[in-house]
Design a protein around this ligand. Structure first.
Ligand SMILES: Nc1nc2c(ncn2[C@@H]2O[C@H](COP(=O)(O)OP(=O)(O)OP(=O)(O)O)[C@@H](O)[C@H]2O)c(=O)[nH]1
Ligand SMILES: [Zn+2]
Length: 340
């Protein structure tokens, strides 16, 4: 039984979700299976048909609020935030991984040397989603020097808390719980196999997500196949996402937050349009020279900026193609029924 208070979101009118049209009730999407939505409503969990919502440009995603009438979701309610995934490649439309998220947990593993560039990328996407991130480093039990590994990541994760955890020993789990206020919705993102599902289970205190270890069918990778909203004992909600190998930036939003240190350094450059290459008086180059800034971080920043720029051009092209198709359809309609 889901009480209304369990599905509330801070900042959204009271405890019953956003306002809905007359005769409808609010439901929080916990799971999407093709045309069927599992929604949390005041009356508990319910399966409803997505109906015409699937045809629009923005289909309901996990975490969305929908207006439900009978057994049909009739309207998608406005989103506060959206964690968008843009698969790398041409023509790939952005896909909402989780909506109305208050906190993005960027999950990576301590079992191997930190992949700083990968964490930076996830942080940039998280900041761009409108929800602040935190970094959770799993498998602390497999790391010989946890404080050193955490410090290394923290140096690049500007203004972001970095917490080591182990789902095996339970170390650090309480600290992560401390980030999850009642009614808050957190989404975990990170590559496959880093231990997101194991973390979800540890936070829930019971198996809510299948892990590679439990499944045991030897396929190993990509245990999580569907996004799902889990209710945690403390009253927070947690979205588990399948590992995203090709997480690409949807645009430039979030880049400046993820690289706030480099952006701050760049304000000290002599030229406003300094490219931080060979310009005289470049404060970024000076910081690298002094060993204050990791040159890899500048390269990472450049790479993500170029990628964001390409992605922006691509979505412009997509928008133009959609508009052309719309105008053509209008034109055809007009020819078929002149005078209307
Ligand atoms: N030693 C150790 N192993 C862990 C820990 N957390 C997860 N694992 C193991 O790492 C493997 C992957 O864990 P999952 O929780 O399935 O990883 P995931 O990120 O959910 O993977 P996907 O569902 O594919 O995205 C499993 O074999 C887990 O048992 C941990 O804290 N310590
Ligand atoms: Zn410069």
């Amino acid at each position: 039984m889901t009480r209304v208070s369990d599905v509330s979101v801070p900042g959204v009118s009271g405890t019953t979700g956003p306002p809905v049209p007359a005769g409808c009730r609010a439901g929080r999407v916990a799971r999407v299976d093709r045309g069927l939505l599992t929604v949390l409503t005041a009356d508990g969990e319910q399966r409803v048909h997505a109906g015409s919502l699937l045809r629009g440009g923005s289909a309901p995603a996990v975490g969305d609020w929908v207006a439900v009438r009978g057994e049909l979701a009739v309207a998608l309610l406005p989103r506060r935030t959206a964690f968008v995934r843009t698969a790398a490649g041409r023509g790939s439309a952005p896909q909402v991984v989780a909506a109305n998220v208050d906190l993005v947990l960027v999950v990576d593993s301590l079992a191997a040397p930190a992949r700083l560039r990968r964490i930076e990328r996830y942080l940039a996407v998280a900041w761009g989603s409108g929800a602040p991130p935190a970094v959770v480093l799993t498998k602390a039990d497999l790391c010989p020097d946890v404080p050193a590994a955490v410090a290394q990541v923290a140096e690049d994760a500007i203004g972001v808390v970095v917490l080591p955890v182990s789902a095996v020993t339970g170390a650090g789990i309480e600290a992560v719980r401390g980030l999850l206020a009642p009614g808050c919705t957190a989404a975990m993102v990170g590559p496959s196999g880093v231990g997101k599902s194991s973390l979800a289970n540890a936070l829930a205190g019971r198996p809510v997500a299948a892990t590679a270890g439990i499944r045991g069918d030897g396929r190993g990778r990509h245990t999580t196949t569907a996004r799902q909203l889990h209710q945690l004992p403390g009253g927070a909600l947690l979205v588990d996402t399948p590992g995203m190998r090709e997480l690409a930036l949807a645009g430039e939003d979030g880049l400046d937050d993820a690289f706030a240190d480099v952006v701050a350094l760049a304000t000290g450059c002599r030229f406003r349009d300094c490219a931080h290459r060979t310009e005289p008086g470049c404060a970024v180059a000076a910081a690298i020279e002094d060993g204050e800034l990791d040159p890899g971080r500048l390269l990472g920043w450049r790479k993500l900026q170029a990628e964001a720029h390409r992605q922006a051009l691509r979505s412009d092209a997509r928008a133009r193609a959609t508009e052309t198709a719309r105008l053509r359809a209008l034109h055809r309609q007009h020819r078929a029924r002149p005078g209307r």
